[in-house]
Design a protein around this ligand. Structure first.
Ligand code: SF4
Length: 332
């Protein structure tokens, strides 16, 4: 393989987000319609062997961080077995997972045993009726039980909570989440609401920015202390409380875009390679895989796509065009 995977702006691609299913047991308003989406036929979804092959080829080009996403990845069977397949790929530095947490009471142990090292659990509210309002599911207790189950497996560390922040929804719980980050071994991060919802309800005025949330916390706890050792391509701005108890983070793709240091590409469940969350095009790797292409042909397709990687999103710009897919079809 001909060296590192680098885009036309000199950004080294180190991270691949791999969607292993488009299905989900939630119906989050900022992602999916209440009735759900027409699921992809199973034979259109890549097999674990096909996914692992693409990851192996990408790893040879310097991609060393793999994040498994969905839909909800844990609704697909045998995820621990797939993680075992990935841990056998040399050169991978981290294997992580983004989940809504409902399947963790059963799966935290098998995931840890399989070699999962990092995890993000999506949790937007700690209030049952508000949780239902967002996810259209009465599952807050299940998610909290999932988080508690993770605490028994220190090999999965850190435990991060991702809360999508929305105006007139999130504000009154910011201090509860901050208290949670101080009480529990969880790092709470707020993510600004992005225009990736299937219902296309996103409006700029619905954004509650990271800066606004930080102000709420600092009014209560005093100035937060930046955590310097965050990596260059880290999407979160990380902070500790002044007394050292607890860590929070802010992922501000709209108010403080981080595209200049973006090192990510994404693989959809059916084998579409996306070089940006807001890509208007995808490179079809499934046809190559199932058409008998060798590793070099797949490598060339990935390199070709990365050379076309978008400079940035244009959310703050009149040139902005919504993504061709909703979040559940991309995997975040
Ligand atoms: S919007 Fe696109 S370019 Fe910007 S950080 Fe996200 S994936 Fe990277």
């Amino acid at each position: 393989m001909d060296g590192q995977l680098v885009d036309s702006y000199g950004r080294h691609i180190k991270s691949m987000r791999v969607s292993i299913t488009d299905r989900c047991n939630f119906r989050c308003r900022y992602c999916m319609p209440a009735e759900g989406l027409p699921w992809l036929p199973r034979d259109e979804i890549l097999t674990y062997e096909e996914l692992a092959r693409i990851v192996r080829i990408a790893a040879l080009m310097g991609v060393d961080q793999i994040r498994l996403t969905g839909g909800e990845p844990l609704v697909r069977r045998d995820v621990p077995e797939f993680i075992r397949m990935l841990t056998a790929i040399p050169d991978l530095r981290s294997i992580s997972l983004t989940t809504n947490g409902t399947r963790l009471p059963q799966l935290a142990g098998p995931l840890a045993a399989a070699g999962l090292t990092r995890i993000n659990v999506s949790l937007d509210s700690l209030v049952p009726h508000k949780f239902f309002q967002i996810t259209r599911r009465n599952a807050l207790e299940a998610v909290l039980a999932g988080l508690a189950a993770l605490e028994a497996y220190p090999s999965i560390h850190p435990i991060k909570i991702n809360a999508v922040a929305m105006k007139n929804f999130t504000e009154d719980e910011v201090l509860d989440f901050a208290a949670l980050a101080r009480r529990k071994p969880y790092i709470v991060r707020w993510i600004e609401f992005m225009p990736l919802d299937a219902d296309q309800i996103w409006r700029k005025e619905d954004i509650l920015s990271g800066g606004e949330i930080r102000a709420i916390i600092e009014a209560e706890y005093g100035p937060l202390v930046p955590i310097a050792e965050a990596g260059a391509s880290e999407t979160a701005r990380r902070y500790r409380f002044a007394d050292g108890i607890g860590e929070v983070g802010f992922i501000n793709p709209v108010s403080e875009p981080f595209c200049a240091t973006c090192d990510r590409i994404r693989l959809t469940a059916e084998g579409g390679l996306r070089t940006c969350l807001f890509s208007q095009t995808e490179t079809d790797l499934r046809t190559l895989l199932r058409g008998g292409a060798d590793d070099h042909a797949i490598e060339a397709a990935i390199r070709g796509a990365v050379l076309q990687k978008e400079l940035k999103h244009y959310i703050n710009d009149k040139r902005f065009v919504r993504s061709t897919r909703s979040m559940s079809m991309i995997g975040g």
